[in-house]
Design a protein. Structure first.
Length: 330
């Protein structure tokens, strides 16, 4: 019943419809201490699923086990259709099955598993591995992001793509997700350029995206400390967002999304970066169902996303560097 209430409120009050477009929305969400109790709570689990239903690929952090990720994705597949008036997508996930859960010292010495969750009709994340380096408390998760080609489905009634009109070709990118340690945030973020260079050799690709909770602000990392590092130079990496992403420290941009390479940066739609408004969501949905909840029961972080479209008109867009907020420092 509570799941139905959430679905009804999301459609009528807050969440926009899940639209079918040619663009891909790439997001990151650190669900603070995502444990079994949170998954078993029908209000919180439905609410968390709804927050990322409209992302084509999400880097998920905070889960204590792969089993919990699997159950959460099953929840998304049953719940997301309730808040969509459009196509019902199938959500899948991928983790590094060769890696053990990370032993996170903060908070509470908990285990953490990284995962990419994606709409299988639009994208896939394949060939994942953990970037092995001693400078990380939890190793970055690296994958190959495959954006599917788009066809005119009305041009052939047999669904045989060989007879359909191609609207937009498919694209492959590197995708790297990471959640920094609070104590080692500076060194871990600096090291992400090495993770990306390794992925370029692994996949024979030149462009991609890096995202996650970098702890990249306020008490843990000062941007000025990154000024002379490769990861912050706009000729190599474009920092696409500086949105506030903490629900506790209101003016802290902990979570980030970076683009690397001319094509990956050019494909990002201008002004498409969005930090999900968890406060409005909590006030208009969660607390209307049960006022006993606190906003931090959802998470201490907001989901963050950008929109990518590599189709027609790509070459006519403004220079990619204008989308990078780090370019102003050089």
């Amino acid at each position: 019943m509570k799941a139905f209430q959430i679905g009804f409120l999301l459609v009528c009050v807050f969440i926009q419809d899940i639209d079918i477009t040619h663009s891909i929305r790439i997001g990151t969400f650190d669900i603070t201490e995502f444990k079994q109790w949170k998954l078993e709570d029908p209000v919180l689990s439905s609410g968390l699923a709804a927050m990322i239903c409209h992302y084509d690929v999400t880097f998920l952090q905070g889960a204590e086990s792969e089993t919990l990720v699997e159950m959460f994705v099953a929840k998304m597949n049953s719940f997301c259709p309730l808040i969509s008036t459009e196509k019902n997508y199938t959500y899948e996930y991928v983790v590094d099955k060769n890696a053990s859960p990370c032993e996170r010292t903060e908070p509470c010495n908990m285990q953490e598993v990284y995962a990419f969750i994606y709409r299988s009709e639009n994208v896939k994340v394949n060939n994942v591995y953990s970037h092995n380096s001693s400078e990380y408390e939890c190793l970055p998760l690296v994958g190959k992001l495959e954006i599917a080609p788009i066809y005119d489905m009305d041009s052939d009634s047999t669904n045989d793509t060989s007879n359909m009109t191609l609207i937009e070709p498919g694209y492959d990118f590197i995708i790297i997700g990471h959640h920094s340690s609070k104590k080692q945030a500076l060194n871990e973020v600096k090291g992400l350029d090495n993770a990306f260079c390794g992925a370029k050799d692994t996949y024979d690709l030149t462009d991609g995206y890096i995202l996650g909770n970098f702890e990249a602000d306020c008490d843990y990392l000062k941007i000025e400390d990154l000024l002379y590092s490769i990861i912050y130079k706009p000729t190599y990496f474009c920092w696409l967002t500086d949105k506030y992403t903490s629900v506790i420290q209101k003016e802290c941009s902990f979570d980030r999304i970076l683009a690397a390479g001319y094509q990956a940066t050019s494909c990002v739609l201008a002004d498409s970066a969005v930090a999900f408004n968890v406060q409005d969501y909590f006030d208009n949905v969660i607390s209307r169902i049960d006022r006993r909840y606190q906003i931090t029961d959802i998470s201490e972080h907001t989901p963050l996303s950008v929109e990518v479209d590599c189709g027609d008109g790509l070459r006519n867009r403004s220079p990619p560097i204008t989308k990078c907020f780090n370019w102003k420092d050089f």
